[in-house]
Design a protein. Structure first.
Length: 744
């Protein structure tokens, strides 16, 4: 072995530092004489860098495989065994006695041995020496000496030092304790090495087994077998508490508990699980892996409460689910769970859920207002304030139109109508007709008129009665000559009713005196007059009777008059005002009387007994013409706006006698209906003040839509011009500032 090889071995076994090894190589190469491994070892022992045992062990080690190496500078021989130099001095290493009690047997006396024996005889002398002066003192550090001046080398620690002290060969050193046996020390060192190797092997094997356990649990988690996955993750935590995926396992356990409640659609339990599990796993390093799942899971819980609220039948249940949905929304808004980057993908769905919650709020408020309105309607009806009761209903429907057919509201209104029905009284204070006319200021009347065109001989003997600018005129239809004139008041907008069976005599309303008059068609003389207690409605003729009404402020009177002598044949007082006259329904032998607002009354044609009151919902004074009957259909025109009208189509309720129901939704018309609806057989003609004329026909086979349009016409008229339609067999004639005919 060469000195350089010895230095390499010392460095490999970390018996000297890399810095010292480099310095030794440099000095060996620069030595003036060849340096042997033995001399270098002796010097290192002397300097305290090696023990004698370590030196012997190193020098006795087998030679490495031959390597072709040329070192011209040192000029070392190939056979390193020839460079052996005898050891002059005995190198010893003091051994500190262990603090162990001596054995009970007294040891035999023997001659003391030196602490260390000399090198084996195999280490011979060599003329080549390494001068100590050629080595730097700082390369070895300080070396302590004993009392005799002999160097005491340093004690080396670690397994290398322990093995170096136990190298075989040479005279045995004195053992102060029986536990100083080399076998004991070597066995203990081997045990330590084996323990370290076993522990490393355990870590390697347990790592592989832990990964398998985690992967199996994670696969069950992905397959939504949350109960099984939770148990496996918990076992994984118990078996492998130091595994790198422990944090993710804890996150998976918390998420599995939440998902299991969501899968069962147990939304309260799911929300409670979110509150209990997420704060616990939020601090885990692997919590970020759960955020993509939370992006869909948390809105799912919120949506579950929203759907439950939408499907709730009772308000308290809906309110409870709405509250829980808002609490779930708080979890959605938690940026620790759903950062902005994660939430963006779910924002459309979140907006949809919020829309559901707004619908729930609307329904809750609607139900609250409905309950409150029902109470108010009942209170107003109990006090006899029918108008206030219906006003409460109207206000409710203006905000919540879908409640119009709500059973609770219908029941409340039905109670009001029953009160109305019970409040109907026969009219007993009947007026008496007279044939004596009221005195006038002058008996002389002068009518200025001018005729144009030729007379129509086909109309000879026909008298036309018209009313304009506060007066009624009798005209010769053939020539247009004015036969007579009677002033009835500028505030009178009634149309004279020509009696079909009375020789063409007109029934006229005197608005100045609130009287109903019958005039002679040829002369205009009075035949009878009937004083009334209030302004009169537009009269109508049906079944040989004149049907008319009185408009009082707080109630109304509907009655029938015999056209022959003007006496009242019957009538009733209604608890609400009226604006139009009753209509005769010949098929059902009853009178139909719309009130000034809200309701429609049905009276028996025999004795004027009230058969029922039905709620229509029209506003005050919005009905300008009487109802029309065609077949089993009742038509009521309402003018809720200044430029449009609604045509209500009603029919008898099949299960509730005396109650009317809607057959179809009310039709919207352009303009107001201010002239009576014309009925001819199964055909109906409706005209508005915007020039719209609509012809309809009853189809009894169409129960869902019993009226179908036959024709629509638009007549160009000046604003405010009233058009009067006439249905004449297959033609429509409209008269306003001109006559216009239309073929059907």
């Amino acid at each position: 072995m060469s000195a350089l090889e010895l230095i390499d071995r010392l460095a490999q076994q970390q018996l000297i530092s890399d810095k010292m090894a480099a310095s030794l190589r440099k000095q060996v190469k620069a030595a003036t004489k060849p340096v042997s491994a033995e001399n270098l070892a002796k010097l290192l022992v002397k300097k305290g860098q090696l023990t004698a045992a370590q030196a012997k062990l190193l020098l006795a080690a087998p030679k490495p495989p031959p390597v072709v190496e040329v070192d011209d500078e040192l000029g070392l021989a190939d056979d390193m065994d020839k460079l052996v130099e005898p050891i002059d001095d005995e190198i010893v290493e003091p051994v500190e006695p262990l603090d162990v009690a001596p054995p009970p047997v007294k040891p035999k006396a023997r001659r003391p041995e030196p602490e260390f024996a000399a090198f084996d005889e195999g280490i011979g002398h060599d003329d080549s020496q390494l001068d100590e002066s050629e080595l730097d003192a700082h390369d070895f550090g300080e070396v302590s000496s004993d009392a005799g001046g002999r160097a005491i080398p340093r004690r080396r620690g670690g397994l290398g030092g322990l093995l170096a002290m136990l190298r075989p060969g040479g005279p045995k050193k004195f053992r102060a304790n029986r536990w100083d046996s080399p076998l004991m020390l070597v066995g203990g060192g081997s045990l330590i090495v084996l323990s370290l190797v076993g522990f490393a092997l355990y870590l390697y094997l347990s790592r592989g087994t832990g990964d398998d356990a985690f992967n199996q649990a994670n696969e069950n988690y992905r397959q939504q077998a949350y109960g099984q996955a939770t148990a496996q993750f918990q076992q994984f935590l118990s078996d492998y508490p130091d595994h790198p995926k422990v944090s993710l396992a804890r996150v998976r356990i918390g998420m599995a508990e939440i998902w299991s409640q969501v899968e069962r659609k147990d939304w309260p339990a799911a929300l409670n699980s979110v509150r209990s599990n997420l704060p616990a796993i939020e601090t885990q390093d692997a919590f970020s892996d759960a955020r993509p799942e939370l992006a869909s899971l948390l809105p799912e819980i919120m949506d579950g409460f929203a759907e439950a609220a939408l499907n709730s039948k009772e308000v308290p249940e809906a309110e409870a689910n709405l509250q829980l949905a808002n609490e779930a929304f708080d979890e959605v808004n938690n940026s620790s769970y759903l950062p902005t980057s994660t939430r963006q993908g779910q924002q459309p769905r979140i907006e949809e859920i919020l829309g559901k919650l707004e619908t729930v709020k609307f329904r809750i408020n609607q139900d609250r207002e409905l309950a409150s309105t029902v109470v108010k309607i009942g209170e107003a009806a109990a006090q006899g304030d029918i108008a206030a009761a219906y006003d409460h209903r109207k206000k409710l429907l203006s905000a919540y139109a879908k409640l119009e057919s709500d059973p609770r509201l219908d029941e409340a209104v039905l109670k009001v109508t029953e009160i109305e029905r019970a409040a109907v009284r026969p009219w007993t204070d009947l007026p008496t007709p007279t044939t004596t006319d009221l005195p006038v200021a002058s008996q002389y009347r002068v009518v200025l008129s001018q005729q144009r065109g030729k007379a129509l001989e086909s109309l000879n003997g026909t008298i036309a009665v018209v009313q304009t600018q506060g007066a009624v005129y009798g005209l010769d239809a053939a020539s247009g000559k004015v036969l007579w004139r009677r002033y009835v008041g500028f505030n009178s907008l009634h149309t004279p009713v020509v009696l079909a069976s009375g020789g063409g005599d007109p029934i006229v309303v005197d608005a100045r005196n609130n009287e109903l008059l019958r005039l002679d068609a040829a002369t205009g003389n009075l035949k009878w007059r009937l004083p009334c207690p209030a302004p009169l409605t537009q009269p109508g003729e049906a079944s040989g009777r004149i049907l008319v009404g009185c408009k009082l402020e707080d109630h109304g009177i509907a009655f029938a008059v015999d056209p022959q002598d003007g006496h009242v044949t019957g009538g009733v007082e209604l608890p609400v005002p009226i604006t139009v006259s009753p209509t005769y329904d010949a098929d059902r032998q009853r009178y139909v009387q719309p009130a000034s607002h809200s309701t429609v009354y049905l009276f028996s044609a025999d004795d004027w007994s009230c058969q029922g009151v039905s709620y229509l919902g029209h506003g005050p004074d919005t009905i300008a013409v009487s109802a029309a009957v065609v077949g089993d259909i009742l038509l009521v025109a309402e003018n809720p706006g200044v430029d449009f009208a609604r045509l209500h189509v009603l029919g008898d309720h099949p299960e509730k006698p005396g109650v009317l129901q809607r057959r179809v939704e009310a039709a919207r018309l352009d303009g107001q209906v201010v002239v009576p609806i014309q009925v001819a057989g199964k055909r109906v003609l409706v005209a508005t003040n915007h020039g719209k004329v609509m012809a309809m026909e009853l189809d009894v086979n169409q129960t869902d839509s019993p009226l179908r349009n036959v024709a629509d016409a638009i007549v160009s008229v000046a604003p405010g011009t009233i058009s009067y339609p006439l249905l004449d067999e297959g033609r429509i004639v409209v008269g306003d500032n001109q006559l216009t005919g239309y073929e059907l």
